[in-house]
Design a protein around this ligand. Structure first.
Ligand code: NDP
Length: 338
């Protein structure tokens, strides 16, 4: 089985040389173990944080070891009565083709889980995107953290990405005016096709702050923050009194090597009585059952559509990951195996 290991820690933007491809023998199955062949792997922006050796809400990746991340696989052999060949499972073993794991030992060790997935007719990779962690992140951020309420005008950055595309559509199906920001004409066209009211192509706009003022003349009530920097500055500038900011991520800062700078107009949070609240989706898994129910309904009613960008083969995982920081993904970035 082949796997991708972290060879060196990126300084600034991640590059190919930070990764290496290795081949390992997969042992015969032990008692209680199952063998999983990954079908789809996820690459996610938060992995950049884990490539740096520092304290965070998840421990750093270890050099010389396979990168961990969300994946969907198929059980190919099983010594655990709860799993049988052909079961589709979600795991966090990440960037490798085939592996053995003992689901019970894993659960007992508090090391995450092997979760059997009933796909309900959806393609399995949807559980890495719209019906998986990014979809739940959109749901939690918008409905719990920002506490979306009638009449809110919603602004979303990285709007054409895995999380952003779901944020836009949940807000639309609940009847809101939505403003999305993304880079490039293809993303703009996609966002318009899913009903986003105003799209800012921030790469073609010299002044994001002025552009947001123009498309939201009465201001915004909710900001779903994925990017940081000038997008946060624009949101603060256009915020109405009592606006709520769900701080989901700030990808424009993940590769910064110098001192990070905050938005120069943060003081507006005081006078406007803004609420800025960060969140990590894994602290909100209690909402997962409700999310899956709602999402199944929305997809069934054709109210949520999604895009994905696919790289083929485990050896392409570093490319897929690097592309996230260049904006070369439309919707969820995925690696297809086998
Ligand atoms: P995306 O699918 O949105 O991919 C990343 C996108 O970010 C790119 O396509 C690009 O879009 C944009 N981007 C990259 N670099 C920059 C930059 N320098 N300035 C502006 N935009 C940039 O990723 P996800 O949907 O998986 O994640 C979106 C955000 O949500 C990230 O910040 C991530 O860290 C965060 N997140 C947080 C979670 C939580 O629990 N808090 C869980 C999951 C994700 P474009 O072409 O438009 O620039």
């Amino acid at each position: 089985s082949r796997e991708i290991r972290l060879k060196s820690r990126p300084v600034g933007e991640p590059v190919h040389d930070n990764f290496e491809l290795a081949t390992v023998e997969v042992a015969a199955l032990d008692d209680g173990e199952i063998q999983v062949r990954n079908l789809w792997m996820s690459v996610d922006p938060y992995m950049r944080g884990r490539m740096t050796d520092r304290k965070s809400y998840v421990p750093p990746f270890e050099l010389g070891k396979a990168l961990q991340g969300g994946a969907i696989g198929e059980v190919t052999a099983s010594n655990d009565p709860d799993f049988k060949p052909g079961d589709i499972v979600s795991t966090m073993f990440g960037w490798r083709e085939v592996f053995n794991v003992s689901p019970k030992a894993l659960a007992a060790g508090g090391m995450g889980a092997v979760t059997k997935i009933d796909t309900h007719g959806l393609p399995p990779q949807a559980f890495l995107g719209v019906a998986g962690m990014p979809g739940l992140t959109a749901y939690v951020g918008l409905l719990r953290i920002a506490a979306l309420k009638d009449g809110d005008v919603v602004f979303v950055s990285a709007a054409a990405g895995a999380v952003g595309q779901v944020v836009c559509q949940i807000a639309k199906l609940k009847g809101h005016t939505v403003i999305g920001s993304a880079g490039g004409p293809e993303k703009v066209a996609f966002l318009k096709s899913i009903g986003v009211d105003h799209v800012i192509d921030y790469k073609a706009t010299p002044d994001v702050v002025a552009e947001l003022e123009k498309v939201a003349p009465k201001g915004i009530d909710v900001y779903f923050e994925n990017v940081g920097g000038v997008h946060l500055e624009a949101a603060l500038n256009s915020a109405r009194p009592f606006a709520r900011f769900a701080l989901c991520g700030m990808i424009s800062q993940y590769n910064e090597t110098g001192k990070l700078t905050g938005p120069p107009n943060i003081i507006q949070a005081v006078g406007k009585s803004l609420r800025l609240e960060g969140f990590i989706v894994s602290n909100h898994y209690d909402l997962a059952p409700q999310f899956l129910k709602d999402m199944a309904g929305w997809i069934g009613a054709d109210q949520i559509k999604w895009n994905e960008t696919v790289e083929d083969g485990v050896e392409r995982a570093p490319d897929a990951f690097i592309k996230l920081f260049k904006g070369e993904n439309l919707g969820k970035m995925l690696v297809r195996l086998g």
